[in-house]
Design a protein around this ligand. Sequence first.
Ligand code: ZN
Ligand code: ZN
Length: 263
Amino acid sequence: MIFCSLYSGSSGNSMFVATDKVKILIDAGLPGKKIDEALKQINQEPTNLNGIFITHEHSDHVKGVGVLSRKYDIPIYANGDTWAAMESSIGKIKEHNIKVIDKRSITQIEDMSIKAFNIPHDAVSPTGYTISDSKKSISVATDFGTFTREIYDNIKDSEVILLESNHDVNMLKFGPYPYTLKRRILSEIGHLSNDDCGNAIVELVKCDSNKKVILGHLSNTNNQPDLAYQTVLNVLNENGIKQQKDIILTMANRHNPSSYIEI
Ligand SMILES: [Zn+2]
Ligand SMILES: [Zn+2]
C-alpha cells in the first residue's frame, strides 16, 4: 500500500492512499487546482482516482471535492448526515458520483476496504478511516477533541497512522483567538493538543511497536511543527519509547506532499 499526505493542517487537508488496484483520496480540503498539483508531484493522475472519502463537512476537508468530482468524474463517499451538511458548499454532483455510506461501515472497492469509525468533533457525523488491503492497514484520525476507545480500537493495528497534533495548549490559551473559539477547540469535540497526541501514541505503541506515526492537522496560529514534534517526543521519552526504535515519528507538511510511505 501507499500513503501520502498531500496537505495537512487547519488550512486544508488531503491524503492519498493506494493499494495495487485502487487509488483514493481522504478529503480534498483545498482548491481542486492545488490537489491536482500535489498529485502531479507524486506522479499520480487525478483521472485514476476511484473515489474521495470525506471525514466531515468542514471546509478545510471539502473545499476541492466538488470541483475534482465534476472535472474527473470521481465518486464521493460520505455518510448521509455529512452529505446533507456539505451539499450546498460543494455544488452540484452527478447522481452516479453520490455514494452514501453508513456510519461505522466498511466499503469494499476491489482489493481495498475502507472502514469508517466515529470521532468526537463538532461536525454532524465526523469519521476517521482505516484503509486496508488483505495484509496491511493505514489509519487517518484528525479533528477530534478526545482520544476515545473507539478511535483506539480502530487504529491500533495499523502500520501507518496519521494522527492529529493540533495545538500547543499554552499557545492556544494565551493566543489571539476569541474566548469562545478557544473553548471550542479545547472541548471534547474540538481538536487534540500536542500533549494528548503524545499520550495517545504511548497507548498505541504499548499495543504494538514499529508503527509509522505522522503528526498532522497542525494549527497555523496555535502550533509550530518543531514544537509539536518535540512535545510528542518528550511524552514518548518520558514513557521509555524511543524514536526510530519503537516508533518512526514524522510530520505531515502544511503546504506540500510529505510522508510518502510504501508498506
Ligand atoms: Zn479540520
Ligand atoms: Zn473539523
